[in-house]
Write a protein that binds this ligand. Structure first.
Ligand code: UN1
Length: 506
C-alpha cells in the first residue's frame, strides 16, 4: 500500500490522532496523487503546543541566523521549479507555465524575507531631549497560524511563513485540503533545511483544523488568504480577543477600465490574461470589463474572438491556456452563475459552459471543465452576476459613456476592492484611476494579475483587512515597541514637564 502522508509536528512526521484519511486527485485527470492523514483539532493542539515550546529559543536568535534556514529553502525551490511546477499543475490544474510561476514566486518571497534579515528593522526616531535616544523596535508576536488557499499552493504559504519565521515567530501551517501534496513539499523543504523542532509545524486537514487554529488561546496571529466568507468568520472570531490579530486577504470582483484613449491591442491582451489565466480562479482575476462606448464595438468583437479561441485542455501541455476548475462542486457553482446571468437578462456573447468532448483531455472528468462565458450587462442594473465573485472564467462587458469619472464610478460599484486596471494612453485618465479606484492593487496598461512579491498585496472593503505579503506581513507578525534610552545622569522630561524633586521644604 502506498505511503500515507502525515502531519509534521515538533520536527517529526506523525500520523496524528485521527483515523480518517483523504486523497488528493488531479482535477484534470482524476488520477490519485496521494493519500493523507486527516488532521484533527487534537493535532492542531499538539502543533500549537510544539510551536509555543519552540518559540522562546527561536525568538532569542538574530534575524540573520533565522534567515540562514530560509536560504536553504530558497535554493531548493530554485532547483525544483520544473518538478515542483509540474506537481502544482497536476494537483491544482493550472497550466504548466503557471505551475512553474507559482514556485518562482515562492522562491522570490523566500529570497525577499531572507534578504530583508540583513536590512534595517525598526526606526531611529528623534527625541525632544538631546540626551535621549528613541527607537521603534519590533518584537515577534509568538505563534502564527497560516491558513492558505489551493490556487497558489506553494507561493502563498511562503508569503506568510517566510516573513513570520525571520521575524522570530513559530508557525502552525494549515494548507488547503485540495492541494495536500504541494503542502507536503513545502513541509519537506523546511524539514530538509533543519529548522529546530517545533518552529514549523503542519497539520493537513479541513475546516475543523483551521477553526482549531483560529480558536486556540495560544495562537497569537492568524494569517489567512482565501474566500471572503471564511476570512470574515476569522476576522470576527479573532476580534473577540483584543490580544490576537488576524490579517485576512480575500477575494475580489475586479474590474478593468478600457477608455476611449486605450490601445486596443493592450486592452484585449490585458483583459484575456486577467479573466482567463488560472481559469479565472485568482483572487485578482477580472470578471468585469468596463469599456467606453467609442471603442466598445471593436473591443467586444476582438475580446469575443479571443474568448472563443482560448485553448482549454491538459494543464501539462505547453499550448494550453486554461486548465480545469479545481473541483466538481466549484464547476457547479460557476455554471450556476452562468445560468443566473441568463436569468438576470444579460446578452450572452460567448457560452462555453459545456465543452465538447474533443476539448476535454483523455481521462478528464467532464465535471471539472468549463470554458469562457462572456456577456454584456448594463452597468446600472445592480445584477448579482456582476457584483458577486464567481471565481471562474465568467466575464461581464459593461459599456459606459462619459468621462473617466463615470468609468471609475462603475468600477467601484462593488463591495470588493482588491485589484484592477486602467487601459489608456492618456496620463490624466490614468492618474484619475490611480487616485480614485477603490482597490489595493492597481495597474495601468497591464493585466490586473501577476503582482510581484516586493509590493504590498491586499485589498480594501470586503477584500480584506491585511496585507499578507512581504513588508506588510512584518506588521502583522510583530509588535512595535517604543524604546527610549537616557544617555545622561540627569532626568529630563519631554513636553517641558518638570523633573524637579523638590518638596518645597527648603
Ligand atoms: C491569488 O490570486 O490569490 O498577483 C494570489 C497575482 C499573484 C498572486 C495571486 N502574484 O496574480
Amino acid at each position: 500500500m502506498a505511503e500515507r502522508h502525515r502531519q509534521y509536528i515538533d520536527g517529526e512526521w506523525v500520523s496524528g490522532e485521527g483515523s480518517e484519511t483523504f486523497t488528493s486527485e488531479s482535477p484534470a485527470t482524476g488520477e490519485t496523487l496521494g493519500e493523507f492523514h486527516r488532521g484533527t483539532p487534537a493535532d492542531v493542539e499538539r502543533a500549537v503546543d510544539a510551536a509555543s515550546a519552540a518559540y522562546e529559543e527561536w525568538r532569542e536568535r538574530s534575524r540573520i541566523d533565522r534567515a540562514e534556514y530560509l536560504w536553504d529553502v530558497y535554493h531548493a525551490l530554485k532547483e525544483s521549479v520544473d518538478d515542483l511546477g509540474a506537481t502544482v499543475s497536476r494537483e491544482c490544474g493550472k497550466e504548466i507555465s503557471e505551475g512553474r510561476a507559482d514556485v518562482v514566486e515562492a522562491a522570490h518571497m523566500v529570497e525577499w524575507a531572507a534578504g530583508d534579515a540583513r536590512h534595517p528593522s525598526g526606526d531611529v526616531v528623534p527625541s525632544e531631549i538631546p540626551s535621549k535616544d528613541a527607537y521603534m523596535r519590533r518584537k515577534p508576536r509568538g505563534v502564527t497560524g497560516c491558513i492558505t488557499p489551493w490556487n497558489f499552493p506553494v507561493a502563498i504559504p511562503y508569503w506568510h511563513m517566510a516573513v513570520a519565521l525571520v521575524e522570530g515567530n513559530t508557525v502552525v501551517f494549515k494548507p488547503a485540503e485540495q492541494t495536500p501534496l504541494c503542502a507536503n513539499v513545502v513541509a519537506e523543504l523546511f524539514d530538509e533545511a533543519g529548522l529546530p523542532d517545533g518552529v514549523f509545524n503542519m497539520v493537513q486537514g479541513f475546516g475543523d483544523a483551521g477553526e482549531a487554529i483560529v480558536d486556540s488561546d495560544d495562537v497569537d496571529t492568524v494569517l489567512f488568504t482565501g474566500s471572503a466568507e471564511v476570512g470574515h468568520n476569522i476576522a470576527t472570531a479573532v476580534a473577540e480577543d483584543p490580544g490576537k490579530r488576524a490579517a485576512c486577504e480575500m477575494g475580489g470582483k475586479n474590474g478593468i477600465v478600457v477608455t476611449e484613449k486605450a490601445d486596443l491591442d493592450v486592452a484585449v491582451h490585458s483583459a484575456v490574461m486577467s479573466s482567463f489565466k488560472t481559469t479565472g480562479q485568482r483572487c485578482v482575476s477580472s470578471e468585469r470589463i468596463i469599456v467606453h462606448a467609442d471603442v466598445y464595438d471593436e473591443f467586444r468583437e476582438r475580446f469575443v474572438a479571443a474568448a472563443e479561441r482560448v485553448a482549454v485542455g491538459d494543464p501539462l501541455d505547453e499550448d494550453t491556456f486554461m486548465g480545469p476548475l479545481i473541483e466538481a462542486d466549484h464547476r457547479d457553482k460557476v455554471a450556476k452563475y452562468n445560468d443566473l446571468a441568463r436569468e438576470e437578462g444579460v446578452d450572452v456573447l460567448v457560452d462555453r459552459t459545456d465543452l465538447g468532448d474533443d476539448e476535454i483531455p483523455e481521462g478528464g472528468d467532464a465535471g471539472h471543465w468549463i470554458g469562457p462565458f462572456v456577456y454584456e450587462a448594463d452597468p446600472d442594473a445592480a445584477l448579482r452576476c456582476t457584483r458577486e465573485e464567481v471565481f471562474g472564467p465568467h466575464v461581464a462587458l459593461m459599456e459606459y459613456d462619459g468621462d473617466i469619472e463615470r468609468a471609475v464610478e462603475i468600477h467601484n460599484d462593488t463591495d470588493y476592492g482588491l485589484a484592477g486596471a486602467v487601459i489608456s494612453e492618456d496620463y490624466r485618465q490614468i492618474n484619475y484611476y490611480r487616485d480614485h479606484a477603490e482597490i489595493g492593487l492597481a495597474y495601468a496598461n497591464l493585466p490586473c494579475i501577476g503582482a510581484e512579491v516586493q509590493l504590498p498585496f491586499g485589498g480594501v472593503k470586503k477584500s480584506g483587512n491585511g496585507y499578507p505579503s512581504a513588508r506588510e506581513v512584518i506588521e502583522a507578525v510583530t509588535d512595535r515597541t517604543a524604546w527610549t534610552l537616557n544617555n545622561s545622569k540627569d532626568i529630563e522630561m519631554a513636553q517641558g514637564l518638570s523633573a524637579d524633586l523638590s518638596t518645597g521644604d527648603d
